[in-house]
Design a protein around this ligand. Structure first.
Ligand SMILES: NC(=O)c1ccc[n+]([C@@H]2O[C@H](COP(=O)([O-])OP(=O)(O)OC[C@H]3O[C@@H](n4cnc5c(N)ncnc54)[C@H](O)[C@@H]3O)[C@@H](O)[C@H]2O)c1
Length: 279
């Protein structure tokens, strides 16, 4: 893996689960990485996590922890991984487009329309989706999403970038959920609704195990929902429902209640399952 022509430095905005993983794989591929998050604690957590994984003798790219978004101005490629909310993403992308007018802007959105996000930027030709999968260092796929306005050059750069960080890239259309989440989110929603209907007759472990055994999946749907984050799942379902009004895109009530209780899944140590403090 090595960096591609024209990109030496990658900016990552949003240093949560996904931003941290994206920063890590970019560093490992030799890119210099600048990470910004509106929550300074998230940047520090990302730094600690990346250093722990990469170890002391790491000889890849350098990591800069930014205090302001303006510090990403020299990054030729900027990947946005902030909350899955249209207003938050549009504000971030608009500002990035002003700060770094020549840079390619890629959104890691799971479900929001890239064309709509790109429309607020100064040059929508330079905006596309770069949808990574969790956990980023392990999952091989990178879904590049072409907006109505994305240029061929932008798509080509993201395909080359994906290869440079060891990902197999495919180009998906700009529709709610693109390719993978268009099918995965309804699957998770259906499973959670079935779990609610069955509650009492099967344990969570039995429910998850049934899917693992029957489908060969590495984890059951409730474990997956905890890993994705119940807040992220809510936002994703809401955004897909806004776009499609399909009944299988309606976020289950139980998920809203769990999120309201601070049960966000693995990241809060409590979701469907309870996780040890140091997991
Ligand atoms: N969790 C998953 O499995 C998964 C998979 C693929 C894509 N995604 C997408 O990736 C994005 C991030 O998801 P996540 O799971 O990392 O969420 P997360 O909650 O772990 O992290 C989001 C981070 O963005 C930061 N943030 C919010 N607004 C910001 C702003 N305006 N400027 C800078 N930072 C800001 C938050 O402080 C937080 O640290 C979402 O769009 C989500 O849909 C998530």
């Amino acid at each position: 893996m090595s960096s591609i022509p024209g990109v030496t430095s990658v900016g990552v905005v949003g240093a949560g689960l996904m931003g941290t993983g994206i920063a890590q794989v970019c560093l490992q591929a030799g890119y210099d990485v600048v990470v910004f998050d509106s929550n300074p604690e998230a940047v520090l957590r990302a730094d600690a996590r990346i250093k722990k994984v990469l170890g002391d003798g790491f000889a890849g790219g350098s990591l800069v922890l930014a205090n302001f978004m303006g510090e990403l101005a020299d990054c030729e490629l900027i990947i946005e991984a902030v909350f899955e909310r249209r207003d938050v993403k549009q504000a971030a992308l608009k500002e990035l487009g002003q700060i770094a007018p020549n840079s390619i802007l890629a959104s890691n959105t799971s479900t929001l329309s890239i064309t709509d996000l790109a429309s607020v930027t100064p040059d929508p030709r330079k905006v596309a989706g770069a949808h990574f999968f969790s956990p980023v260092p392990k999952m091989k796929a990178l879904e590049v999403v072409r907006a109505l306005t994305t240029s061929d050059e932008t798509i080509a750069l993201l395909i080359a970038f994906g290869a440079s960080i060891g990902k197999d890239t495919f180009v998906a259309p700009d529709q709610a959920g693109f390719l993978i989440n268009r099918t995965l989110i309804p699957f998770m929603i259906n499973c959670i609704n079935e779990w609610v209907a069955l509650r009492g007759s099967m344990t969570m472990e039995q429910f998850d195990q049934a899917y693992k055994n029957a489908l060969g999946h590495p984890m059951g749907p409730l474990t997956l929902a905890d890993l994705v984050g119940l807040d992220v799942l809510t936002d994703a379902a809401d955004s897909m429902w806004q776009q499609t009004r399909r009944p299988d895109h309606v976020c289950p009530e139980i998920i809203r209640q769990m999120v309201a209780s601070g049960w966000l899944g693995r990241k809060s140590k409590k979701g469907f399952y309870t996780y040890p403090a140091k997991s």
